[in-house]
Design a protein around this ligand. Structure first.
Ligand code: PHE
Length: 341
């Protein structure tokens, strides 16, 4: 038995010393010291020994166990240290390197302009309302007095969802006039900014998606004078005191009378330049007195109430304010552009 034990000891120490990784080490532990291991197997045979031999062999076996456990532990630490060293070598960290800077985002220039306009209207007691971009043709057209045959209802101009032309992407924010009249108690002062969609090719001044701001007032005794006074006041605040404006007759099916509002070109002072395309004037919005048919369609008596409404393009306004010469810049999200504001 003595030879058996010393042979086992030699073999085990040699194998343990040669081990290169934690997994091998562990399988060796099981092989020699485990419940079904070789040393345990030898110890199980102790019963066969004589009474004199038993304690001597027992002591020897315990010494071997202690030695193997010691070797195992030393080896384990060795392997762990080596692994750590390798890891540290592969993960060099240069603490003198500059850190990665996190850029803080900022508000989009167009939304700066929108917020400015909202502030002005909120200051005059207007409520900001929001509505669906997927709209019923009924609201986008019919309830706004736009007849079946009207060119703006053409499939070539409007994104429809269904063959029956019932659902579409709104082409204007004007359906919010109807939605507000149907749901809000009178009198009404509302501002409805939002996205609108038209089948336009993309170029420096066109995009299939753009933003409008709709505004509307309904009350007793409202006249065109209120429209002009309010919009003039707003323009002075946006474009600066003393900005010259003019109202030109126009046609919209849902307002009567209708007009367009121009500002005198701030670049050339009305002489004519590239900014105003030589006109001296820049058109900024469409407006008018809410059509009696639209009012009565919303259950409002046109003999008792009247109102005015306007619709304004937001991109064009932002382009004017920030001197942006290409609409595409507003949507491309190029940081080099956006960082300038
Ligand atoms: N909705 C019209 C357009 O898109 C603008 C408008 C709004 C005109 C409100 C009159 C009243 O051109």
């Amino acid at each position: 038995m003595k030879t058996l034990l010393s042979e086992l000891r030699q073999r085990a120490v040699a194998e343990l010393t040669a081990a290169q990784d934690a997994a091998t080490l562990d399988s060796l532990r099981v092989k020699y010291l485990g419940k079904k291991g070789e040393l345990t197997a030898v110890l199980k045979q102790m019963g066969k020994l004589s009474a004199e031999e038993r304690p001597i062999m027992g002591q020897l076996a315990n010494e071997i166990r202690a030695e193997l456990e010691g070797t195992l532990e030393t080896k384990k630490q060795e392997i762990a240290a080596k692994a750590l060293e390798l890891k540290l070598q592969s993960e060099t960290l240069d603490v003198t390197m500059p850190g990665k800077k996190q850029e803080l985002g900022r508000k989009h220039p167009m939304y700066n302009v929108l917020d400015q306009i909202k502030e002005i209207f909120i200051g005059m007691g207007f409520e900001i309302v929001d509505g669906p971009e997927i709209e019923l043709a009924d609201y986008n057209f019919t309830k706004l007095n736009i007849d079946e045959g009207h060119p703006s209802r053409e499939w070539t101009d409007t994104f429809y969802f269904t063959e029956d032309s019932k659902y579409l992407l709104r082409t204007q924010t004007s359906p919010m006039q109807v939605r507000t009249m149907e749901t809000h108690p009178l009198p009404i002062r509302m501002l409805a900014p939002g996205r609108v969609y038209r089948k336009d090719e993309v170029d420096a001044t066109h995009s299939p998606m753009f933003h409008q701001i709709e505004g509307m007032v309904i009350d007793k005794g409202i006249t065109m004078a209120d429209l002009k006074a309010t919009l003039n006041l707003v323009v002075q605040q946006i474009y600066g005191e003393g900005t010259v404006t003019r109202f030109r007759p126009h046609h919209f099916p849902f307002t009567e009378p209708s007009c367009e509002m121009d500002i005198q070109c701030h670049k050339c002072g009305g002489k004519g330049c590239p900014t105003c395309k030589g006109e001296g004037w820049i058109e900024i919005l469409g407006a008018g007195m809410v059509h009696p048919k639209v009012l009565s369609g919303c259950g409002i008596d046109p003999d008792e109430y009247s109102g005015w409404a306007f619709g304004m393009g937001l991109e064009r306004l932002a382009m004017g304010e920030y001197k942006i010469n290409d609409l595409r810049l507003i949507f491309e999200n190029d940081e080099r552009f956006l960082k300038q504001f």
